[in-house]
Design a protein around this ligand. Structure first.
Ligand code: HEC
Ligand code: HEC
Length: 465
């Protein structure tokens, strides 16, 4: 090697207008107006009573991570992922810092957990195990409503994150963007299976497996969330509304986090409801006005346009070829096709999510030791890369971002081995259920062998998505 090798670098989030956030093309006026009003619901801010000015959604808490869907799904537009104070289109600090003091009685502030910072990603925390050692895996919300002006009687204590962190019992998840997800929702199971089958031998040659998570309720392929643990947009919205904001609803109707507390159950449940009175007698309300927040959230996501790529320069086009030639596309599938759809423009649509929606073993480096459905401790859904060009933070816990090289760091994190004894003895799975090597190891080696120019082309291509 002679001379200095040019270091390739992540160009950072693409500037200009947001390439996502609007309605899908061709929806027609009725569906477009439903999209627009459902987007307002997605941005609604909740308080406990709904009586605080500017916070008229009802039902926050007793435990919560944020007070609106858009707190977390913000960048580059409502529906996206974590914002950042100085980068991207939205430019705002992590809103989770302020919830420690927002609407609190004097002297009743809560503590900002150490893993929540103004310039860091929005996060939710899961605990790996319960105190008795059995598996937990559930979300433990950052804050409670105790000490808020609209819940003075509530006694629910904040979890002791410092102790749980010291015990290595906490893992994080960052928000995944929701743009274009109606299209992913409507890819038939058989089309996903055929997509995986088509690359079986190419994957096997590189040590890449792949399988689907499925619903314990109806046995079909589940697609949403970092472990593809969730079935549908309506179901995810219902879970998020209760888990992230504490708002009970028609899918998840019981409050979480009440055990051992008093004075925290302050509203009749479910707090979010279909607006029956608007629909009795002669029909007067719009579908949006009649529907629960939940149905609105699902329509906002289902009718949103997928992120629009801007791949145009010679470098970006070369990067697209590199992406395929080194095998990134063997997990990040370039093209899928939806089935027939009742929504205008969404039938048999050819889409480019850059995901097979399948699960892959990523080994010790990324393992979070949480199992969801059939996804085990080191299995993750291939993260869809559409829209990645305007994202700030990457990987399930947000470990890659502006502070450490962004996309370059995220790619390198795909490679790891487990040092578990069973692995050192030549096995393929460790005693902790983690695969001895990541399915992406050979592809990351291919990446490492690229010239600096080819690596830069690949990064420029990713930032055009
Ligand atoms: C406190 C931050 C936060 C709030 C508030 C929040 N989310 Fe999320 N969202 C997340 C996180 C974190 C994930 C990834 C969860 C996982 O997979 O474990 C996620 C994932 C999702 C997904 C899955 C998308 C995909 O393809 O993976 C959907 C859908 C979603 N959220 C909808 C909503 C809706 C609707 C609301 C409002 C009711 C909402 N979220 C509020 C943090 C949040
Ligand atoms: C074996 C399958 C596999 C291969 C091969 C693979 N990826 Fe991934 N990729 C994943 C999975 C799974 C995740 C999510 C992992 C996590 O969050 O822990 C991911 C996440 C990412 C992310 C972060 C996206 C986000 O939403 O945060 C980027 C960027 C990425 N991959 C790019 C690449 C590139 C570029 C290549 C080729 C060099 C590649 N990947 C090869 C499976 C793969």
């Amino acid at each position: 090697m002679s001379g200095a090798v040019l270091a390739q670098s992540d160009p950072g989030p693409r500037g200009g207008a947001a390439s996502a956030g609007g309605p899908a093309a061709g929806l027609g006026s009725d569906y477009t107006s439903l999209f627009n009003s459902s987007r307002q619901r997605f941005q609604e801010i909740d308080s406990v009573s709904g009586a605080i000015a500017g916070e008229n959604g009802v039902g926050l808490g007793p435990t919560f991570n944020a007070n609106s869907c858009v707190s977390c799904h913000a960048q580059p537009a409502a529906g996206g992922s974590s914002p950042h104070p100085t980068l991207g289109q939205v430019r705002k600090s992590n809103p989770q810092v302020a919830f420690a003091t927002l609407d609190r009685l004097s002297g009743r502030s809560q503590t900002v957990p150490s893993f929540i910072t103004a310039a860091g990603p929005v996060r939710e925390a899961r605990f790996i195990a319960n105190p008795d050692g059995s598996a937990d895996g559930g979300v433990h919300a950052l804050y409670t409503i105790a000490g808020r002006i609209d819940a003075p009687s509530c006694t629910a204590a904040q979890p002791d994150f410092a102790t749980q962190l010291a015990n290595g019992n906490v893992i994080f998840r960052i928000p995944t963007p929701t743009f274009g997800l109606g299209l992913i929702e409507n890819v038939p199971d058989d089309a996903l299976r055929a997509n995986l089958a088509a690359t079986a031998s190419a994957r096997a040659a590189l040590g890449i497996g792949g399988r689907f998570n499925s619903s314990g309720n109806d046995g079909t392929i589940t697609r949403f969330g970092w472990k593809a643990q969730n079935k549908s947009l309506l179901l995810f919205a219902g879970e998020a509304y209760n888990v992230e904001q504490g708002v009970t609803n028609e899918i998840f109707g019981n409050e979480r986090g009440l055990t051992g507390t008093t004075g925290c159950a302050l509203n009749p449940t479910p707090e979010d409801n279909s607006n029956v009175r608007l629909s009795t007698g002669s029909f007067t309300g719009s579908l949006s006005a009649m529907s629960s927040d939940l149905v609105n959230f699902a329509f906002f996501m289902r009718l949103s346009a997928p992120p629009a790529p801007t791949t145009v320069t010679a470098s970006e086009q070369n990067g697209r070829a590199v992406f395929a030639s080194i095998g990134c596309n063997l997990c990040h599938s370039t093209t899928l096709q939806t089935g027939a759809s009742p929504y205008p423009g969404q039938s048999n649509a050819v889409i480019h999510p850059y995901s097979d929606v399948g699960l892959h073993h990523m080994s010790a480096g990324l393992a979070d030791f949480v199992s969801q459905g059939s996804a085990g401790p080191d299995e993750f859904r291939t993260a869809p890369l559409w829209g990645v060009g305007q994202r700030i933070f990457f990987l399930h816990d947000g470990r890659s971002g502006p502070a450490n090289g962004g996309l370059v760091h995220a790619i390198r994190q795909h490679k790891s081995f487990s040092l578990d004894l069973l692995c050192l003895l030549g096995g393929s799975v460790g005693s902790d259920g983690v695969s001895c090597s990541s399915e992406a190891n050979a592809v990351v080696d291919n990446y490492s062998a690229l010239s600096a120019t080819q690596k830069q082309d690949l990064l420029n291509f990713l930032r055009s998505l």
